[in-house]
Design a protein around this ligand. Structure first.
Ligand code: NA7
Length: 519
């Protein structure tokens, strides 16, 4: 975005809370942190030279490799001179008369801006863990989302991990390799599939580079922005053996989007979904030797794929190791963290290191932890008291000239997020160019258009099984958070088309204020 805004000849400053660039890939340095979208697809498409020069070493890049890539891009485009690091934005307050925003930071700085673009991410505000006694813990307490850059000494230690989402599932096998003992505190089992990660085959990388434009175009036609073969039949109309064979192929493919795409109705029909869920449960039973542990690890009660599917390397197998214990918090709930470790209703587990992998206040959290106030001093927090509403995930009515990259109501977290980020950046850059060329002082959504989009986002989600899971997609992981399905499930191609049509129709659904904005 910084690069594109510079290209428009506007002056621009980026504020970044981290002491380095990279966002998610700066903070989440826990062992095993890696992408679950293939590296060749999880990369910028805007610079054909960059995609030719950069060599990915693994099919799924690790956090250090992705961070190196982002740092390379920052240097390549000389971005750092316009980025203020180690500085958190505290408030973004609109001055209606002056048609500008006052932005204050925790460094005590105040700047004025005509346009504010949030690029705060969707999974960047850690969720308060809601666990009593954390402060009393005498050992080392760490979070996967703020893992120290110089690592944590786990060798010979009694380690506990709370949380078995993607972060827990990626880190647990590697923590087990180092720790003297590992106790995993699981509340809800997840569906996890093997990543089959490996060094990237040089022939595959060469082929991609030879036809990168073609591959990028194909990615834009893919529903999730990830290349995967899409089935054309119902899971219920094929022979069970054929269906199992297809699921087994998907299991071997290492693509998390494969099973959901294998048949047309996996994500819309509970019976179809159950065939996939049962396949995965069967694999868990095959891998985990102790039947009680296998049962505790088996997800039930919510459909397959309606919480973010995890990709792992040796996760289930880790529980076959003697020094690894699974504690099922549904059976024996966590009471509190004590100075010595973790107390459940049944037992106290002594620990030297406690790892929190307890997730994020997703999508809206990063925006709401800034004090954003729009027209007439209305707080975004109040505007969204009943749940987020946004036109196309790009702008919120009453907040003129504020743009939200990967905002709620866009495909963001249910897509290859690099694809979605690039599209938002292009759209916003083009919008800024248009506003200048047409003498428009400010842009914001029409409230009716925004409400209609919110309804559409809801309807699309309601036609699927997604709302049946208590996931962070609906805000269910944060007590008191309004239950609204936040990402847009209509798919990347349909969403892109809608955004393009709106522009072609002269920013249909937006209000263009000229020459000055008044309520
Ligand atoms: P997730 O997927 O939200 O996982 C958080 C995990 O922590 C999940 O298993 C939660 O159980 C568990 N949790 C949260 N709070 C508690 C408390 N108080 N007690 C016990 N267990 C708790 O976050 P991740 O960081 O793993 O992944 C986020 C996304 O990042 C992921 O989807 C990828 O897109 C990348 P629960 O399910 O709530 O019962």
């Amino acid at each position: 975005m910084l690069h594109r805004v510079r290209g428009l000849g506007l002056s621009v400053r980026v504020y970044e809370a981290g002491d380095g660039v990279g966002g998610t890939w700066y903070w989440n340095r826990y062992p095993g942190a890696r992408c679950d979208v293939p590296s060749l697809e999880y990369s910028y498409s805007f610079d054909p030279q960059l995609e030719q020069e950069w060599e990915w070493s693994e099919r799924y890049a690790t956090q250090p490799e992705i961070l190196r890539y982002i740092e390379h891009v920052a240097d390549r485009y000389d971005l750092r001179r316009d980025i203020t690091l180690g500085t958190r934005v505290e408030s973004v307050i609109r001055d209606d008369e002056a048609n500008r925003w006052a932005v204050t930071t925790d460094a005590g700085e105040e700047v004025w801006a005509t346009f504010v673009i949030t690029a705060a991410g969707c999974l960047s505000a850690p969720k308060p863990p809601e666990i009593g006694g954390l402060d009393s813990f005498a050992g080392t307490l760490v979070s996967t989302s703020a893992w120290p850059a110089d690592g944590v000494d786990l060798a010979g230690k009694r380690v506990g991990v709370i949380g078995t989402g993607s972060s827990g599932i990626q880190s647990i096998p590697l923590i087990a390799e180092q720790a003297a003992s590992l106790t995993v505190f699981q509340r809800t089992p997840n569906y996890s599939l093997p990543a089959h990660n490996a060094p990237l085959d040089p022939a595959v990388q060469r082929d991609w580079k030879a036809r990168y434009r073609e591959h990028r175009a194909a990615v834009l036609q893919a529903r999730t922005g990830i290349l995967v073969e899409r089935g054309t039949r119902s899971a219920l109309e094929v022979d069970p053996d054929e269906r199992s064979a297809r699921y087994a192929q998907c299991w071997d493919s290492g693509l998390f989007a494969c099973i959901p795409a294998s048949y047309t109705d996996i994500i819309t029909d509970l019976d179809a979904n159950e065939t996939a869920a049962e396949f995965v449960r069967g694999r868990i039973r095959e891998i985990v030797r102790d039947p009680d542990v296998a049962e505790a690890l088996t997800p039930r009660g919510y459909p397959f794929g309606t919480k973010r599917i995890c990709l792992d390397t040796g996760y289930y197998d880790t529980f076959n190791q003697e020094h690894v214990t699974l504690v099922d918090l549904r059976r024996t709930p966590l009471v509190a963290v004590t100075p010595e470790g973790v107390q459940t209703t049944e037992e106290e587990f002594g620990l030297d290191v406690l790892v929190l992998a307890t997730g994020f206040d997703a999508v809206t959290g990063p925006l709401l932890r800034m004090d954003i106030r729009g027209r007439d001093g209305v707080h975004l927090r109040d505007a969204w008291a009943g749940g987020p509403h946004s036109y196309l995930g790009l702008q919120v009515a009453g907040f003129p000239n504020l743009f939200t990259i990967t905002g709620p109501g866009s495909p963001s977290v249910v897509s290859n997020v690099v694809v979605s980020i690039e599209q938002h950046v292009d759209w916003i850059a083009e919008c800024l160019r248009y506003l200048r060329e047409h003498g428009v002082a400010a842009i914001e959504p029409d409230a009716d258009a925004e409400a209609a989009w919110a309804q559409h986002v809801h309807d699309v989600a309601a036609a699927t099984l997604y709302p049946q899971a208590p996931s962070w997609f609906v805000g269910a992981n944060v007590p008191g958070k309004p239950r609204v399905f936040m990402p847009y499930l209509g798919g990347v191609p349909a969403y892109r088309q809608k955004c393009a049509e709106v522009v072609e129709a002269g920013y249909e659904g937006f209000v263009l204020h000229r020459p000055a904005v008044h309520a």
